[in-house]
Write a protein of this length. Structure first.
Lengths: 135, 135, 135, 135
């Protein structure tokens, strides 16, 4: 299993009039966790795209347990439970606040595609190799 | 079954550098469909909140089939397949472009809560009554 | 002078915990007004970009008079007070609620650029011609 | 003069199809700089609001010099050139990338208000005192 963690602080812009983080904004929190997980593995996602490989989201699921609020310092844990293979990777996420309360959990199913054609392609060998030691 | 449809046009602000609507923005599209479905039923969601009842999202799931793009005129269909009861309602959604291609489908599980306490409450009787004829 | 108006309804996603529309979101409201003003003139902004001409924002200014709130039906008036010439166009905006109260006013200075080089280019002749009758 | 700096990394969610950070998103970058400047002074903006004092934006101005892009590590410098007095404070900002290129500069005029009445109030004495040594 591969896992990594990041921290980020909730912005005022991300709240809604209920005083909660608007639920649609968790997708961007998950995205930050992915970008930084790649960076920790020595991969820059922007280089992937420059090399003609994109990674759009095929499916997003989020379960909201407790509200996140303005100025909360969130910890976002990213998990890959299975080795990457084919064109798809399932990333799982858990979001906790400073009191270690679970605020949300979810997953995204990512699909590697050619940015030129939009068609699925195999996960780049470089990524497979960097993830292999964790499984 | 209750269903309703709205149309909205994709804003430039909602795109990302892949040239797609950023996946996190679909949550707001679903929200617009809910607000307008309530309005068609004669209910203003803002009045609900003013009366002390909120409706946060307990779960969000979105499956992305084809990208939506800037200036696309989207049709968002909202479906309630089962009568509302207890504190939860499952809304389902389908998003199509002008060529009637299915771009995305998903659901949100909404939880009625007291805005004072944050605790679940039963669906307001007014909403139950207005939905009853559809089931 | 050229002017046009659009209406749009405030989304929950656009509010913040103060119960106001988050001030950063007015930029997208102005953008919708521009896209629709172009459409009324018979120009689709997305076609401009497909033809290699972009129109990034060089300067944004917004004065916030009264808060816009969730579910408000806003009228956004766009004004061009001077004929377009060179590479720049100044769009002015006024936002009013249903009670015709002025909520915000502002401007954006747009710069026509080549999407290939990022360098300023003259306003496309087609746009100049379509605006000419208004001045 | 008071000044402070923060760094933040551009999210994919913040880009648009031109490949730039959408111009409306700079408002949130400025907001993060304000929140952290307050924190460095020993003030938590959320405590201010809890104490009944809000700080909405009265005016926003941003000049965009060069585009910010996905994954750029931005430095946002906040400046207060004059001592805070009355109900208003002018914050100025400069955004640079890792090559120290100036990408954008701007200001926000903030208005201290009572969250109960929405009316302007004097800057809290605590803030005045904490800023005084810098002027």
């Amino acid at each position: 299993m591969y896992s990594s963690e990041i921290q980020l602080r909730v912005r005022y812009a991300e709240t809604d009039q209920m005083g909660y983080v608007y639920h649609g904004n968790y997708a961007a929190y998950f995205e930050v966790a992915r970008t930084e997980a790649f960076r920790q593995l020595g991969i820059r996602y922007k280089d992937l795209e420059a090399d003609g490989v994109g990674m759009p989201v095929g499916e997003l699921r989020t379960c909201f347990r407790r509200p996140a609020r303005y100025d909360d310092l969130l910890t976002i844990k990213l998990l890959l439970r299975q080795p990457a293979e084919g064109a798809r990777v399932l990333f799982e996420y858990e979001i906790r606040n400073e009191a270690q309360e679970l605020l949300a959990e979810g997953h995204t199913l990512m699909v590697f595609v050619s940015t030129a054609t939009g068609r699925p392609v195999s996960i780049p060998a470089d990524i497979v190799a960097k993830l292999a030691p964790y499984f």
